[in-house]
Structures are given as structure tokens and as C-alpha cells.
Design a protein around this ligand. Sequence first.
Ligand SMILES: Nc1ncnc2c1ncn2[C@@H]1O[C@H](COP(=O)(O)OP(=O)(O)O)[C@@H](O)[C@H]1O
Ligand SMILES: [Mg+2]
Length: 240
Amino acid sequence: MTTVKPILEAVELYGGYGAIPVLSNISLSVQVGEAVGVLGHNGMGKTTLMRTLVGALPVTAGEVLFQGESITGLRPHQRARRGMAYVPQGREIFPTLSVYDNLKFGAIHSGGEAKSIIDELLVDFPRLGKLLDRLGGSLSGGEQQLLALARALAGRPSLLLLDEPTEGIQPSIIEEITETLSALRARKNLTIVLVEQNLEFLVAVVERVLVIRRGQLGGEIPREHLRDLDIVNQYAGVHA
Ligand SMILES: Nc1ncnc2c1ncn2[C@@H]1O[C@H](COP(=O)(O)OP(=O)(O)O)[C@@H](O)[C@H]1O
Ligand SMILES: [Mg+2]
């Protein structure tokens, strides 16, 4: 028997930007070790949902729970310390800091010693190992995405939220990211919530997909349908 143990829950969540409502009555539950996708067209509220879950945007109503406890009132850094990591859309690495210092910053919330954390991380990110002295801003888009991912992992999170990590990056790096995420799931039981529009990447990483439409969750794509990208496309409502 598998025990169902949620790491992340949203309960009747509402959120948005000041007086502008975006998220409406979102309830979801992600189990420890799961990889869950969030799919939806531009402007449907994917980024708003991620930012609300990590505390970058306040909730209007509802609750967010992490490891069974309400974190609705916690600030982003407090959530990070509990083990939530977030790679925002557009990456947002520090362009004027070196790759090494970007990683060091990521290790702040880990409670561990930065150098040993970074050494261990670089085993999974060999490409970054050769770029440690380079400024973040001088890297290619794909390298910056690897850096953003590695920086998030430097905090030794138990839950990783990723917002469109493949946007505008070359296929070889998308492949590297796919492999790294699989390895981390297998080795560390890392839980992943992945927002993606690249369906091939999405289904390579996750086991189930939640569909978001106009700020509301509109159901789930069952596992057995994820193998057929045409069906996934239909769920996303491409023609709706
Ligand atoms: N800073 C903001 N202020 C006001 N409205 C915003 C802001 N950011 C996004 N929105 C609006 O919120 C809705 C959802 O946006 P977003 O969550 O970014 O969608 P997605 O990530 O699915 O493309 C859109 O209508 C968008 O215009
Ligand atoms: Mg977005």
C-alpha cells in the first residue's frame, strides 16, 4: 500500500494583483515525491499560481499548506527555509554576480556549508563547473536556466516549483534538464511542480498534469493519456 502524504496543498485559493482577481477557487494536492505538471495557455494564471504558492503574491482567500502546516502567512524566504524552491519564469539569476556567487546565494537557506553544497551540486551540473568565474549575465539562455535550477537546488529543497524552464533554450540543454530532474527525483525523492508549454518536456518529467483555464483548475490529464501528445493538446484546449 502506498501512503498518501501531501507535501503541498492549496485549499480554495484565490489570488491576483491588488484588486485584479486572477486565481479562483484553486484546490490541489501534491504528494511527496510526485512530479505534477500545470498546463494552460498564456495568460491563464500559471505564473500567478506559482507566485502565490511561494508567497511572492498574497492570497486573497484560501490556504496554502506545506508538509501539512499552513504557510499562508509566511514570507517567501521563510517558505524557502522550510524546503520550497522556485525557479521563476525568465530565470532571474543575478547577472552581475559570478556563477559561483549565484550558487552561493542559493545555498543561504540550506543550513549547510556553501562550498560542499556547490561541489556536490556540480556533479549534476558539469556544464556549470566550467563556468564558475563567469558573470551570470554573460551565459547563454540555456546556461542561465541551468544556473537558475542549480541555484534553487543549492537550498536543498524538498519541493521544486519550475515556471517554463524550457522557454527559449536550446534542445541539448532541455535534454540535460530532463535528465537532471529525473536523477534528482530518483536520488532525493524531490517533489516537482512544473509549469510548461513544451508538451514533450512536460510529459517526460511529470506523472500527471493539471489544466488551468482562466485562473481555475479545469481537471487533470490522467497518466495513461500523457503518452499521446495529441490528446494532451486537446486537454490544453488548443481549439477551445
Ligand atoms: N503584475 C500584474 N499585474 C496585473 N495583472 C497581471 C500581472 N501579471 C499578470 N497579470 C495578469 O494575470 C493573468 C494571468 O497571468 P499569468 O499568471 O502571468 O499567466 P500565465 O503564466 O499562465 O501566462 C493575465 O490576465 C495577466 O495579464
Ligand atoms: Mg507565465
